[in-house]
Structure formats: C-alpha cells, structure tokens
Design a binder for this molecule. Structure first.
Ligand code: PLP
Length: 396
C-alpha cells in the first residue's frame, strides 16, 4: 500500500523511547524521563521579545525561502566568528531545524548508491536521511577509541562510491569531542579524495572540562569548499520547538537547497526567524552562559551519582548533555550465562521496574550503549540516576 521507501526508515529510536515513557506516564506511573534531546529551560528574553514584537507588528507573510536576508546576514556574521573566515548571506540557508539542513544536504549531494561514511554510534537520523536520499550509509565503529572515529578507519571505509563523511562533534549520543589532529586528517582526506564533509556542530556550545569545540573550517580553512556546516538554535538556546537551524556552505549548494526547500517547506516559521534575529542582534550572552552553567552543574551532579556504578565505567561526557554508558561488561556476563540480552532489555527493565526512561544504544547502531540526557531539573536527574545505579549495580 505504501511506497517502498517507507521500508527504509521507522520512527526514530529516540522518538520511540520518548513515546514509551509517555505511555508509562499516561498509565499513571511516575516516570523520570532521561530520553530528551533537549534542555529544560525558560525562554531567552530576547527570543520572547523578538517574537512578541513581530506578532505586534502583524508579521504574517512568507519570507525568502531560505530565510530573511537580515537573518542570513546575521548568521553569516556568526559563522564568520565561529570559523575565523568571512562568510556571506548567499552561503547560508535558514532551515526548520538542523534536521532539515541535514536532509537538504543529503538530497542535493547524493546520487543513487553514493556512500556516506558515518561514525557509529551515530545520531539515528544520519543514516535514515542518507537512505531516503538514495545513498548508502557506511559505518565506522568508534567505540574502541573513546567514540571518536580513527582516521585509519575512515580511510579504510573510503571507496570509489564515497561521497561524504559525517562529522558530528560534540557527538550525539556519546558526547565525544573530536580533537584537532583528527579533524585536520579528515579534512585532508576529504580534499585528497574529493569528498564532502557534513559537519554537524549542533552541540558545539556545550563542551566540558578541558575539551574545546573546533569547527573543522577553523582548523583546516582549505576544506571550506568541501564542507557543509550544520547548526541549530534548538540546543544552544534551548529552542527545540521553534525549529530554526541553518546550513552554511558553498553558494552553489545553498542555491540548490533554496530550490529544494521552495518545493518542500518554503521558509521556516517567520515569527521564529524574527525571534532568533532579535537574539543575534541584541543578545548579550548572559542567557547562554546561564544555560551552560546549568548544564555544567547537572553534569557534575550526574557524574557524582554515576560514580557509584560498580560494574560500568563512568562516562566521559565531554560535550553535549548526554551520559553514554557502555554496558558491554554487564551484557557480556549475561551472555556467558547463555542468555542473550541487549541494551534494549536494560532500557525496558529500567522503565518497567525503576520508572526511568533512557534510550537504548540500538537506536544509535550500538546494542551495548545507553543514553541518558541530563538536560532535566536537578532533583529529577538525581532521583532518576540513583534509581538507575541501584538497578544496574544489582543487575543479574
Ligand atoms: N544533529 C544532531 C546531532 C542532533 O542530536 C539533533 C537533535 O537531536 C539535530 C541535529 C536536529 O536538531 P533540530 O532540532 O535543530 O532539528
């Protein structure tokens, strides 16, 4: 009844985990939800004012397909600051969240059968979109190297059909931050083999400890012509529902994206565009630093609770707002007993017995991982993680 392409994708694993948590909560269970890919926060004042001003002015019309020129100019200034190079409005498209930026990129870059290298564990939408666009995801396992793909592995995965490499730093789900050497080596590989780099830096504002976020174009300016930068305000301004992201790249790509978007969604919501523009023009950075310190506190609190785990290593959580647990030792023991268990079973048991919702690594191509978001209020975080520690320490 449906098109064949519907067999290429299902409901995203994170959305499915969120839905399972909601079903349990609706059934009257008290659930602590650690599945969210978003941060609990109030609205930034500049966003609120920008939106209200636009409504009061009666703003109601289409804008340019890839966003208002003033917003694209403001974003070009932001990308220039981020990368240390000059960008113009023609090199930026405003999209309905980073998800649309990535989808646009896949649709305008990939021919049928083109391969895209994706380090695993990966954010579940990367391979889904490559498949929808007719491409073929090729995974490289980053688990043995602290969830940062080694350059040798990436090189080993390149074939005649390779068209692009996805670099997501800090990464979802593992929160791994790519180092300068690896980024430089990936850039060199892209240049040598004429590949595109899809550089997803949606969590770039959240790096912890001694880690720093490095936009690939800032460490290897020569790769700019082969790079598409993907970013969003969903995370940096806790604005997931407003759907404003952007794609920055060569003009020809942005022109193709504009044509594509003119036949799909047209411009992103005009009120949200005005709100983000107001923030970019008038924001003083106070909101962002509050958000960062809130997350730093949540991370500290969470790592403290997780340090009581007796059979699982405490996660590094270098960036983003996720704790990513490696359950392989726990599951191996179980396998030796002849039972086959995956992180799915652990996530299901966690929800059923401890009322804690987490996302199984199966959603990220890693059946022994478990993702826990710490973008939630501290009291809930502490309770949820304490219950999780109790359950995992007693896991038979
Ligand atoms: N890229 C990564 C790595 C993400 O984790 C997410 C959201 O979770 C996105 C892109 C999409 O963000 P947006 O809400 O802007 O579509």
């Amino acid at each position: 009844m449906l098109a064949q392409r519907t067999s290429l994708f299902g409901l995203s694993g994170t959305a499915a985990a969120r839905a399972a948590a909601k079903v349990a909560a609706d059934a009257g269970k008290e659930i602590i939800d650690l599945t969210a890919g978003e941060i609990w926060s109030e609205l930034a004042p500049t966003i609120r004012e920008g939106a209200i001003d636009a409504i009061n002015k009666g703003v109601n019309r289409y804008t340019d397909t890839v966003g208002m020129i003033e917003l694209r100019e403001a974003l070009a200034r932001k990308v220039s600051l981020d990368t240390g190079d000059t960008w113009t409005a023609e090199e930026v498209a405003v999209t309905s969240g980073a998800k649309q930026a990535l989808f646009n990129a896949a649709m305008v870059l990939l021919n049928p059968g083109d391969e895209v290298i994706i380090p695993a564990p990966y954010w579940t939408t990367f391979p889904a979109q490559v498949l929808i666009a007719g491409g073929r995801p090729v995974f490289v396992d980053s688990r043995s190297n602290g969830y940062v793909a080694r350059i040798e592995q990436i090189k080993g995965a390149v074939t005649e059909r390779t068209r692009a490499i996805v670099v997501n730093t800090p990464s979802n789900p593992a929160g791994a931050v790519y180092d300068v050497q690896t980024l430089m080596a990936i850039a060199q590989l892209a240049i040598n083999r004429s590949l595109w780099i899809i550089f997803d830096e949606c969590y770039g504002d959240f790096v912890h400890g001694h880690h720093a976020h490095h936009p690939i174009v800032s460490v290897a300016p020569e790769v700019r012509a082969r790079t598409l930068i993907v970013n969003t305000f969903s995370k940096s301004l806790a604005l997931t529902g407003w759907r404003i992201g952007y794609l920055a790249g060569p003009k020809e790509v942005i022109s193709a994206v504009k044509a594509l978007q003119s036949h799909t969604s047209s411009n992103p919501n005009v009120i949200a565009q005005h709100a983000v523009l107001a923030h970019l023009q008038r924001g003083d950075g106070v909101y962002e630093s509050k958000l960062r310190s809130r997350l730093a506190n949540a991370r500290r609190l969470g790592l403290n609770v997780l340090s009581s785990l007796t059979r699982i290593r405490v996660p590094q959580a270098q960036g983003g707002f996720y704790f990513y647990l490696d359950l392989s030792d726990l599951l191996r023991r179980k396998l030796e007993d002849g039972a086959s268990t995956t992180a799915d079973d652990i996530a299901n048991t966690l929800l059923a017995e401890a009322g804690v919702a987490a996302v199984s690594g199966t959603a990220f191509g890693d059946p022994v991982g478990l993702r826990l978001s710490y973008g939630i209020p501290p009291d809930k975080l502490e309770t949820g993680l304490s219950r999780l520690v109790e359950l995992l320490n007693a896991w038979e």
